[in-house]
Design a protein around this ligand. Structure first.
Ligand SMILES: *Cc1c(COP(=O)(O)O)cnc(C)c1O
Length: 385
């Protein structure tokens, strides 16, 4: 019997160690890991340059509280703000907390209450971020939701126009909906959302929790579309596995988050900050991101060549190392078979196999992963006849 609340449908894998793109379980079986801990370990497991900085900080101080001036928080905030073209950072411990900060700030700064989000979005599991999430299954059984949120179909500008009114504090979106099924935003739609927000004096909040920190081949995914958000939120990949989230915003918002307005005991923890600095220094380099782009372009072509001809494959979507294979079939069973073959992958939405390999993955490892996926999906095509 387990003393854990059964909130997760756990896999039949007990990790022992993990390094780079590989995870070894208690029985000694080695898996190629294309989950990156759900988009967290973007540099693979235990990256040396991050480990070194974390170990240094462990010899310094672990926790002192946010009443102290911590030089590393300043360094991390500057790296993050500059990479985003924004000006001010609030550090939290998770994605949901980063979004909570964004929601609170947007309401306080605009004095308005309504926030528009999108169907199939995912923004977290706290009360406000659950309410922000555009999926009924996430909310079932929890009673009445915060009334602040209104949901419209994604990639549909007319529906958004109809909901825009003078009480809209913000529009909040993922440039690629991750949990919702790797749904990529339309370039024209995203630009129109930005324009509508601007005209309506509403803030544009971009949730980069899954798409950020190099995942798509740029520091943040909105940079592929030339967008100019007022606030972005990050978490997952920021600390290479240490729990850290952040809300990043424009300078004019600083006035609304003064002393006493918001806070977090653990937010900006020095050990997590050390890992974030080392992670950002590595990932935000142009050469690193160029390599991610080339590898992922190559991988996408190989995926399309191998899989699109299979009758159970509907579509392959994504950007950079954030890829969804939309199929007909029993996703949990297929994921289990892929694991059996030694590859770890995720699902998203109802019909999507989600691949989030470490950004450091090699072409040979991508090929190895692709061969396993192809083998399992081919078997399912035969079974479907
Ligand atoms: C994972 C995720 C969150 C929630 O992050 P937590 O750290 O689990 O709270 C929010 N938004 C998006 C887009 C995510 O992918």
């Amino acid at each position: 019997m387990s003393y854990l609340f059964p909130t997760y449908a756990k896999w039949d894998v007990k990790p022992k160690t993990a390094k780079g793109c590989y995870l070894i379980d208690q029985s000694g079986k080695t898996y190629l890991d294309f989950t990156s801990g759900i988009g967290v370990c973007n540099l693979g497991h235990q990256p040396d340059e991050v480990k070194e900085e974390v170990l240094k900080q462990l010899d310094g101080y672990w926790h002192v509280s946010n009443l102290f001036q911590m030089e590393n928080q300043e360094i991390a905030a500057e790296l993050l703000a500059k990479a985003a073209g924004l000006d001010a950072v609030f550090f939290a411990n998770s994605g949901a907390e980063a979004n909570e900060a964004a929601i609170k700030l947007a309401r306080k700064a605009t004095g308005k209450s309504k926030i528009i989000t999108f169907e199939k979005s995912f923004h977290g599991r706290t009360f406000a971020t659950m309410a922000a999430t555009g999926q009924d299954k996430i909310k079932q059984g929890f009673g009445t939701m915060l009334e602040t949120f209104v949901y419209v179909p994604y990639n549909d500008i007319t529906s958004l126009e109809q909901e825009m009114d003078e009480d809209v504090a913000a529009v909040m979106l993922e440039v690629i909906q991750g949990e919702g099924g790797i749904n990529v935003g339309d370039a024209e739609f995203l630009k129109s959302v930005e324009k509508l927000c601007h005209e309506n004096h509403s803030l544009l909040i971009i949730d980069e929790i899954q798409t950020g920190i190099g995942r798509t081949g740029k520091p943040f995914a909105y940079q592929h579309f030339g967008l100019n958000p007022d606030i972005i939120t990050v978490a997952k990949g920021l600390g290479s596995g240490f729990p850290i989230g952040a809300m990043v915003g424009k300078a004019e918002l600083k006035a609304y988050f003064g002393p006493g307005s918001h806070g977090s005991t653990f937010g900006g923890n020095p050990v997590a900050i050390a890992s974030a600095i080392a992670t950002m220094k590595k990932i935000f380099s142009e050469a690193f991101l160029e390599e991610v782009k080339q590898k992922s372009d190559n991988f996408m072509k190989e995926l399309e060549k191998a899989l699109l001809e299979l009758p159970i494959v509907n579509e392959i979507r994504g950007l950079g190392m954030m890829i969804g294979i939309d199929i007909q079939g029993n996703i949990p069973a297929i994921l289990a078979e892929i694991r059996e073959e030694g590859l770890l992958v995720l699902s998203a939405g109802d019909s999507v196999i989600r691949l989030l390999p470490p950004l450091t993955v090699s072409l040979a490892e991508l090929k190895k992963g692709l061969d396993i996926i192809t083998k399992v999906l081919k078997k399912h095509c035969l079974a479907a006849i």
